[in-house]
Structure formats: structure tokens, C-alpha cells
Design a protein around this ligand. Sequence first.
Ligand code: AMP
Length: 404
Amino acid sequence: MDTILVVNAGSSSVKFQVFSIEGEGSLRRQIKGQIDGIGSRPRLRASGASGDPLADRAYPIEAVADVPAAMGIAGEWLRNELRIDPIAVGHRVVHGGPDHDGPVLVDHGVVARLERFVSLAPLHQPHNLAPIRTILAGFPGLPQVACFDTAFHRTHSAVADHYAIPHQFYAEGVRRYGFHGLSYEYIAKTLPQVAPDIAKGRVIVAHLGSGASMCALKGGRSIESTMGFTALDGLPMGTRPGQLDPGVVLYLISEKGMSASNVQNFLYRDCGLKGLSGVSNDMRELEASEDPRAKLAIDHFVYRIGLNAGMLAAALQGLDAFVFTAGIGENSASLRARVAEQLGWLGVALDPAENSRHARLISRAGSRIPVYVVPTDEELMIAQHTLTLLMKAPSSNPRQERVS
Ligand code: AMP
């Protein structure tokens, strides 16, 4: 069985999935797993295609001290115990910088160039690149593909791509990149099957998960995003504040004496739903809580989604459909109902019964703006990109370069 391994590495976890290549280039998910608790309480968990458990084992902290070690353990488990021998590996890489508007086959030169973007995404990029380097060292002939969260948004106009700061910063890479691009690309590719006419029009996609952003799609292409230079901007998230007056950052530095790294940790880890509620970063826990601050956090989240929808509708000069996706967008009927209420002025009218049963189309027949729930699949997108590049690459002969 020919397979593709998909890797999504963060600071404390390495998530992976294995897809088999079926007839005519279609892909089937076979394994889903992760090593989390890297450097604290490492644990490998994995399940098969139908959710059947394949592994759940703890490791001593010194055995999985960092991302390369976790990649090594996941790779050994796949090779030695499951006899998985991928013909290529696709990686999620948060930042492709200004130049990459699509995935690339990776070699040492590409990794060196992607290193330059570490300063643009210091909490993600180094961890994304670490397993690429580990595999390059151990299996130099195995094709690897980097798939970027920024790439799908490279279609933005110059006007949308700039901040109103001196041009030299734009030239060195301070731009409004936008993120969650693999999720939006998957939705843009799926929409023509869900609603062919609407897919050609003006659509707002709300990716509401522990990270959250919204994207304006025109004819299936991204023209605007709520995120900008980093994944901190836009909507409030689990632990990130979303849009914040830069004056708050100045206040933290000048009045609270916080260092740059203190501010960074604060903005990435202590704000958003967690900071505002003081209860949790997890929407399920907030919805179950009686604490008034949990209610305030949800109210704020809904309010900001509504405000940002107005902004994106302005960028699109109108709206033909609204799509919910990701953990909260796909699973929380009550959050969707609250957002739909907020969008009533745009002509959104939800069908409560369809919404409760998480139907694909959740708006009423008479709703001027149809509202959809489309589950996203970033890993499948990465596997598809990897397969496509593999097929295009004239020099790669995956069968001779297998992991052994
Ligand atoms: P993601 O990052 O896409 O995995 O989404 C994670 C977020 O989705 C967390 O805030 C979860 O609480 C939220 N979530 C997942 N399932 C549900 C659910 N049934 N109801 C409400 N929120 C959910």
C-alpha cells in the first residue's frame, strides 16, 4: 500500500496522519495520531480509520524532550510496528513568507530559506521546520512537501496586503499575510460540490476553532482575512486576544515592565477566551459554565465575529453565503445560532432544527444569505498537495527512496 504521511508539528505536540493512495489519485485516511506533552508528559496516541485505538502509551520525559525526538518516535512506531513506509511526507508550515503562493518540495536550500521566516512566526515556524530537518537527515531521498498557512492568501491585493507604516517594513516582510489558508483552501475546493453557484460568488468562511479567523472568498479566491502579520490578529481565540490596540502592548511594556518575551507569552497563551473568562480556553467548558465571565467571553466572541463579518462583507462588496467550519463552527449549534442572530441585518435567518442537527445547510429557505456548515480537513489538503507535487516532480522516484 502506497502511503503519504502528513505531519503537523507544534511546540508541544506532533500530530500525524497517514493516507493511502487509492485508484486515480484519491486518498483514504488510515491513521490519525499524535505525540503530545513533549518535554512534560509525553504520550503517543493513535487510532485507525474507523477510530479504533492503535496506541496509547506514555514515555519518560527524557525520551521525548523535543519535536525531533517526537518525530523519531512516531516514525519508528509507524515503520516498525505498523510497517508503514510512506512514499512522501507533507508538512504543515505556518509561514511561507511573501514568495510562496503554493506548496513546495523541500530540500536543504528550501529549509534554509524558510528559516528566514522564523522571526515572522517565532512560536510556530521553528517547530514546523524541525521534523523536516529530522527526516532530511535520516531519509535524505524521501520527498517532503511544505504546505503553508499563508499561501492561499497570496491572492490579496496590494491594498489589502499593506499596513499603514513606512514601506521599508513591507519590503522586509511586515505584511498582512493571513493564516488558516489550508482550511480555507479545502473549503474553497469543497464548496463547488456543496453549492455550485454560490462557490462562484462572495462567501465569508468562519474558521472557529482554538485558533479562529475569517476569510472573504470571491470566486473561490481569498481577497481578505481577519488575520494579518501574525496569527494574533482578528477574532478573539482560545488564548489569543485577536485585534488589539497596539497601545495595549506599549502599556504592558512601559507600565507593567514586561519584556518582549513576556508580552509574547501573554498574547499567545493568556488572553482570548481564557483570559477574558478566567474559566477556560475551551468553548465546551465555557458553554457549560454558570460563571458570568464565561458568558461575557462568549458574548464578546460572537460580537467580534459579527463586526468582522461586516468588515469582510465590505471587502466583498456584498455577500452571497456564510460558512462555518473548525471545532466550534462545526460542533456548537448554540454558537452558530448566536452568530446568525448577529448577522440578521445582512439577511441571515437560521433554521433551528437544521442547525441543531448540524445539517450542511442550516439557514431557512427564505434566508437571503444561505448559511452552511462545512467540516474542514487541512490534513487531507496537505496530503493532496503532497501527492500532486510528487506526481509533477520529474526527478523524484519515490519507490526507490522509501524509508527502510
Ligand atoms: P479545533 O481547534 O478546530 O480543534 O477546535 C477546538 C475548539 O472547538 C475548542 O474550543 C472546543 O471546545 C470546540 N468544540 C469542539 N466540539 C465542541 C462542541 N461540541 N461544542 C462546543 N465547542 C466545541
